[in-house]
Design a protein around this ligand. Structure first.
Ligand SMILES: Cc1cc2nc3c(=O)[nH]c(=O)nc-3n(C[C@H](O)[C@H](O)[C@H](O)COP(=O)(O)OP(=O)(O)OC[C@H]3O[C@@H](n4cnc5c(N)ncnc54)[C@H](O)[C@@H]3O)c2cc1C
Length: 519
């Protein structure tokens, strides 16, 4: 009888858990070792003030692969939604709130021309986003074609684009490398529409609306679905930790062992092959395969070490751009804030502070020079309005992604955090007068805090910038884009791989298919 192949997965982020579960189902003996005290990585719910709980980093679920949700039976393992489809609300102190649901205007003053342009734009972007979505579940093609096996994935991408039809294909190819600023200027008059749509293109990136590549990031952002609805934004019941809890339960049922508080210090290499890991406490764990959910720089430069890599490959990993710009704000509020011009019924939606394109570009400008935005853009949610488990009765939790907060802040975050929080609160106060007086506790996580607390290099949303020179067969770098690294027995399975970041699970599932030999 042959012994079962053993696998150690470094990290119990959602991708590590997905990968581990598929590998266990494929007959492997899988141990997940996680540095933090609880599994989930950046997809956890935690208490940030007595009685107040929040999705600590990722807070909106919109990219989780429905195939994974179904195959791992996550609903059966406890995943449900407090809200499965939030609408977008653009806030601007000088005008009534504008509310958009995909291609429909729910509230706000919008011209007939803009209404019909929005319908056309939303339908076309959804169609293009589906092309991107189809790539998520595929292992990227190789740059070098050695057999038909290598040609077919590349041909599939070309076919997906061709199947758009001549007119849409031409438009797809025209805008794919454009910036979102120019695309939106071509189509809309209303500043608020342009602001909301541009925010989606830059969230989690080091891009402004005028940066190249920002149409691709906009399409990526829209490429998911929730409950069969494309582009929907959901709040899991119990916060983002509920996704990880369901994944943990599915993993355990499949036979995966998960050890928390077990930080890997080193990937052990013998005769050119990864043979296990050494933990911080000195314990060595042997394995036939080592899979890392940690980001590519952590895995390849710190845990493995450049000495095990060819110089050219190591240089590529060193050059990976992974400088985070997204901060996370959590406010414990003693009551409901009131936003100017916002009907009470819309308070629980996704509130967007990005009133126009130039506001976003101006917020981005300082980040180019290592400074934070004096007037940041924000994606604000009040999850406790939908989920009573998050705050004491009558109290609320505000959870916001705030940009731009460059990881490499000039002068450092020790000095910069307090003035940045003051700048954020000044913007919030302008939109919701009196909100400051409701604040019982404020937690601001800068990209440096995210790096230190969640082990993500640069605190980067995608474990490495999502850009055309760092995507698909170039993600994280050429030579590791099919999840296998140049070191035999060592694989990657996190957001730094194709397709990228977001609570999606696709990198974990694709990596498992490669490792189990069924790509
Ligand atoms: C501010 C911010 C807001 C975001 N908001 C959203 C959002 O609303 N929606 C969304 O879909 N996405 C969001 N994201 C992106 C999302 O959080 C990430 O892309 C996603 O969590 C990556 O998942 P992962 O499993 O690949 O990696 P991670 O979640 O980073 O998990 C990696 C795991 O590996 C562990 N690890 C690392 N090193 C070691 C080691 N040496 N030993 C043992 N364990 C180790 C870590 O502790 C961690 O648990 C946001 C990101 C940021 C920064």
């Amino acid at each position: 009888m042959t012994e079962r192949q053993t696998v150690v997965v470094i990290g119990a982020g959602h991708n590590g858990l997905v990968c581990a579960t598929y590998l266990a189902r494929a007959g492997r003996k899988v141990l997940v070792v996680e540095a933090a005290a609880q599994p989930g990585g950046a997809a956890i719910t935690r208490e940030f003030a007595p009685g107040y709980r929040v999705s600590a980093v990722a807070h909106l679920l919109h990219l989780l692969d429905p195939v994974i949700e179904r195959e791992l039976a996550l609903a059966r393992h406890g995943l449900s939604y407090a809200r499965s489809s939030l609408v977008n609300v653009s806030l601007s102190p000088g005008r009534p709130a504008l509310s958009l649901d995909g291609g429909d205007v729910i509230a706000g003053e919008v011209s007939p021309a803009d209404r019909s342009a929005l319908q056309v734009h939303a339908a076309r972007m959804q169609k293009f986003a589906r092309v991107i979505a189809r790539q998520h579940a595929r292992v990227p093609p190789r740059l070098r074609f050695e057999s038909w096996h290598d040609v077919l994935p590349a041909a599939a991408v070309a076919l997906d684009i061709r199947l758009l039809g001549r007119k849409d294909m031409r438009e797809f190819l025209r805008i794919a490398t454009m910036n979102i600023y120019d695309v939106l200027e071509e189509q809309f008059e209303h500043a608020g529409i342009k602001g909301v749509l541009a925010l989606d293109a830059v969230l989690g990136t080091r891009l402004g609306p005028r940066s190249g590549n920002s149409v691709y990031t906009a399409l990526y952002r829209q490429s998911g679905s929730v409950n069969g609805r494309s582009g929907a934004l959901a709040l899991p019941q119990g916060g983002m930790g509920a996704v990880s809890n369901a994944l943990v339960s599915a993993a355990r049922i499949a036979g995966v062992e998960i050890r928390c508080g077990a930080q890997v210090e080193e990937i052990i290499v013998r005769e050119g092959r990864a043979t296990g890991v050494r933990l911080r406490n000195g314990e060595e764990l042997r394995a036939d395969r080592v899979v890392s959910n940690a980001d590519p720089k952590t895995t390849l430069l710190r845990l493995l070490g450049a000495r095990h890599l060819e110089t050219e490959f190591a240089r590529r990993v060193q050059q990976l751009r992974a400088v985070g710009t997204a901060a996370k704000l959590h406010l414990a509020l003693s009551g409901r804030p009131q936003f100017r011009g916002l009907p009470a019924g819309l308070l629980g939606e996704r509130l967007v502070i990005a009133p126009d394109l130039d506001y976003i570009e101006s917020a981005f400008n300082p980040a180019k020079y290592g400074e934070f935005s004096a007037q940041p853009i924000m994606e604000v949610t009040l999850p406790s309005l939908h989920d009573a488990s998050l705050a004491p009765a009558g109290h609320e939790v505000l959870s916001a992604v705030v940009q731009y907060a460059p990881y490499d802040l000039k002068g450092g975050w020790a000095a910069g955090k307090r003035p940045f929080l003051a700048a954020i609160m000044a913007v919030l106060e302008e939109h919701a007068p009196g909100i400051g007086a409701l604040v019982q506790h404020a937690e601001l996580l800068t990209p440096l805090d995210i790096e230190q607390q969640f082990g993500i290099t640069g605190g980067h949303w995608h474990h490495g910038e999502l850009a055309l020179d760092q995507f698909m067969m170039l993600r994280p770098v050429a030579g590791a884009a099919q999840y296998a690294t140049p070191v035999a027995g060592l694989y990657l399975c996190g957001a730094g791989c194709h397709p990228g970041g977001g609570i999606m699970g696709s990198a974990g599932r694709n990596a498992a298919r490669v490792i189990a030999g069924g790509r």
